[in-house]
Ligand binder design. Structure first.
Ligand code: PLP
Length: 411
């Protein structure tokens, strides 16, 4: 390979053709400068210089590829985009400033006033607000349906339906949607099928292989994996991504080079982290099911989960997030959380550190009581994003919660 001064060098995609996801996570999108650094460089610059006025004009006019301005061209951001696109099996990715910016950019680029969206009820609370409050202001109406009842989706279709949006598994109840069935329904009706793949990542689920047109991530979660940065990304075919990129260039919900670097490096350990998250979560889910204070555990890896068979069919693992209902209500849920000593009380998920959340008063707190009830967000529900600590230590910490509840009921 020849390295040219003043040029960055990318490993040609053809050199990685046919390689496994574990390899793509480490190697795809690698960008190497003339310094020949082994780890990836960061390009924290707002603009780029040109060799001449003519070259500047050619870049701006789109006649010559290359960097212009970091709102829409930055090598570090492109490196991250190249790697996640390869891992999801999409033509192209567009990185954004947050997961919500990824969803917003997709909607702004691909929907117009008068269009109709069908969205699963069990989505992240803010996604629900984005559709219900803000997209509605611009004439895009959304119908919320049961994630798991394909008939419900079918009945919601209208002549102006242009997008089916789903988060699978859902947050926080871990319900699983039949992606192939929803993709068919979308395509039979000239609509796009969009999947938020935040909970599983391409390591455990590749929605484009199941008929999705677009995959969305909150990179803030597992792609980073260590809770450092907020970011998002949209992946899909070049034709659709050109539209999303066009919106990003004009509106500016851009990922910073530093954040892109963190996510790019985060992807290198994603496969081994996801396997560790899955092992710990399955073990904890089984253990929680045996606790007398637990009313129900939601985790698709359990045979008791209603979509266990579907999850096994379309996923390579069950992920690191589980939820459970305690016997009781908010008081018991908060008492349990407050009794833990090691696990972090925080609403983020996908971190190597285990986190615990009360969805009804945090992530889903902005939903109306009716919407909460419809989405199954009850006051006794707790969500645990299982990290990669020793699982026995996680049990020890969670047991503090059970013990405190037992002591309270004995007094
Ligand atoms: C499933 C899912 N999608 C999207 C988002 C939004 O991502 P961000 O917080 O990066 O904007 C979240 C955030 O928690 C989420 O859990």
């Amino acid at each position: 390979m020849t390295f040219h001064r003043e040029e960055t060098v990318q490993i040609p995609e053809s050199d990685l053709e046919g390689m496994s996801l574990d390899t793509l996570a480490v190697r795809a999108g690698q960008l190497r400068t003339a310094q020949l650094e082994h780890s990836d460089a960061i390009f924290p610059t707002s603009s780029f210089v040109y060799g001449s006025a003519a070259q500047a004009a050619a870049r701006f006019g789109g006649d010559e590829p290359g960097n212009i301005y970091s709102r829409f061209t930055n090598p570090t951001v492109q490196a991250f985009e190249g790697r996640i696109a390869a891992m999801e099996g999409g033509d192209r990715a567009v990185a954004t400033s947050s997961g919500m910016a990824a969803i917003l950019s997709t909607c702004m680029a691909l929907l117009k006033s008068g269009d109709h969206v069908i969205c699963s009820r069990g989505v992240f609370g803010t996604t629900n607000v984005l559709f219900q409050k803000y997209m509605a202001k611009f004439g895009v109406e959304t119908t919320f349906v049961s994630l798991t009842d394909t008939q419900d989706w079918d009945s919601a279709v209208r002549s102006n339906t242009r997008m089916l949006f789903v988060e699978t598994p859902s947050n926080p109840l871990c319900e699983v949607a039949d992606m192939a069935a929803l993709a068919k329904l979308a395509h039979d009706n000239n609509a796009l099928f969009v999947v938020d793949n935040c909970f599983l990542t391409p390591v455990l689920q590749r929605p484009l292989e199941h008929g999705a047109d677009i995959v969305i991530h909150s990179a803030t979660k597992y792609l980073d994996g260590q809770g450092r940065c907020v970011g998002g990304v949209v992946v899909g075919p070049a034709k659709l991504m050109d539209e999303v990129y066009g919106f990003l260039r004009s509106a500016g919900p851009t990922m910073s080079p530093f954040n892109a670097w963190v996510f790019h490096k985060g992807l290198e350990t994603l496969p081994i982290r996801m396997r560790a998250h899955c092992d710990n979560a399955l073990e904890l889910a089984k253990w929680l099911e045996q606790q007398p204070e637990v009313e129900h555990v939601y985790y698709a890896g359990l045979e008791s989960h209603p979509q266990h068979a579907l999850a096994k069919k379309q996923q390579k693992g069950f992920g690191g997030v589980l939820s459970f209902c305690l016997k009781g209500g908010r008081e018991e849920a908060w008492t349990f959380i407050d009794a833990t000593r090691m696990i972090s009380i925080t609403a983020n998920l996908g971190d190597v550190k285990t986190t615990i959340t009360h969805p009804a008063t945090t992530t889903h707190g902005r939903l109306s009581p009716e919407d909460k009830a419809r989405a199954g967000i009850t006051e006794n529900l707790l969500r645990v994003s299982v990290g990669i600590e020793a699982v026995e230590d996680l049990k020890t910490d969670l047991y503090r919660g059970f013990q405190t509840l037992q002591n309270a009921s004995n007094t």
